[in-house]
Write a protein that binds this ligand. Structure first.
Ligand code: AHM
Ligand code: MG
Length: 322
């Protein structure tokens, strides 16, 4: 028998949050609904040029929106209507969106609606990333968002690739579900995912290598000497998904132009770090465990080294020696 993501989440809720009375599963079903809407829009993206470009009116008389704007609105709408949600934080919104029930809602949801902006219009995989935190009692607004990643209740992503795959953790392992377009449901396809102990790829934007700190350059050189090959899509979700399945390491180091790296702590590094650790891998910022960083701003950036235990440990050892 197939297991859908809804069935799986209900089961996890009974095991993990028996007192949640459906609110956690309802929240995650808002997430799966939004991502199904986003994937449907992405699948039609190539047709948009036929019926009208972004900003135009299509043949149905609807205004075409840019995909990242549409993705953000779909998530804000589908999550904002869930009873348990207090605050939504999106890469696309400068400030957190507090819902009417920001005093009573239990959860804060942080997301990157459509990650991989440079790949959106060229038919290369993009994704949605999310992180769910419990709102601490008596804490409201931005203060409720400023929690270290180890406090995440759940995290996950959807990669919109040759198929759409929903991957999540609620702290009891990592599970992947593939969208079956015939029944419109995400179906369990990767039970209890484990990242390989080591891999054969490193993934980094090597065009920036001249301005990486010395230890990063030495690390990449040592991987090359050991016969590693490189893969870089430029969509974090897709690069991470490959690393999760095949092992190896993904890095976004500090550069001269971006001394804190490019990626965002709350809705890119934290959720992927939670997934990596749950799958047996590691995630650091070059010095610290990502999940231990206490955020100071909602859009703060962090360097990121994430992947198999062996490759991330190797970076730490090499850095300690230099
Ligand atoms: P975005 O949020 O504007 O899409 O930027 C994030 C993306 C990540 O998906 C990816 O890992 C990174 O930017 C690629 O950056 P670069 O083009 O500098 O290699
Ligand atoms: Mg992004």
């Amino acid at each position: 028998m197939i297991v859908t993501v809804q069935q799986h989440i209900l089961q996890q809720q009974e095991d993990l949050f028996p007192a949640a009375r459906g609110s956690f599963s309802s929240l995650l079903s808002g997430m799966t609904l939004a991502t199904k809407m986003i994937q449907a829009k992405i699948r039609r993206a190539g047709l948009v040029d036929i019926v009208g470009s972004a900003g135009d009116i299509n043949v149905q008389g609807e205004t075409q929106q840019k995909l990242d704007v549409y993705a953000n609105q779909a998530l804000l709408h589908c999550l904002g209507t869930r009873e348990s949600v207090a605050i939504l934080v999106s890469e696309e919104n400068e400030q957190p969106v507090t819902i009417d029930r920001s005093d009573t809602g239990k959860y804060v949801v942080v997301f990157d609606p459509l990650d991989g902006s440079s790949n959106i219009d060229v038919n290369v995989s993009v994704g949605t990333i999310f992180s769910i935190l419990r709102r601490p009692d008596q804490v409201h607004g931005e203060a409720a968002v400023m929690q270290p990643g180890w406090k995440q209740v759940a995290a996950g992503y959807v990669v919109y690739g040759s198929s759409s795959i929903f991957v999540y953790t609620a702290g009891q392992g990592v599970f992947g579900f593939t969208l079956d377009p015939d029944i419109g449901a995400f179906v369990l396809s990767y039970p209890n995912l484990k990242m390989p102990e080591c891999g054969t790829y490193y993934s980094v934007n090597e065009a920036n290598a001249d301005t990486f700190p010395h230890n990063y350059r030495a690390y990449l050189q040592s991987l090359r000497s050991d016969g590693y090959s490189s893969r870089y899509i430029g969509s974090l979700v897709a690069d991470f998904h490959r690393t999760l399945l095949k092992g190896g390491v993904f890095l976004y180091p500090p550069t001269q132009k971006k001394p804190e790296g490019k990626l965002r702590l709350l809705y890119e590094a934290n959720p992927l770090a939670f997934l990596a650790e749950q799958a047996g891998g590691l995630a650091i910022d070059g010095h610290r465990r990502i999940l231990d960083i206490v955020p100071t701003a909602i859009h703060q950036r962090t360097p990121l080294i994430i992947g198999s235990r062996s490759e991330v440990t190797r970076f730490q050892q090499l850095t300690a020696q230099s």
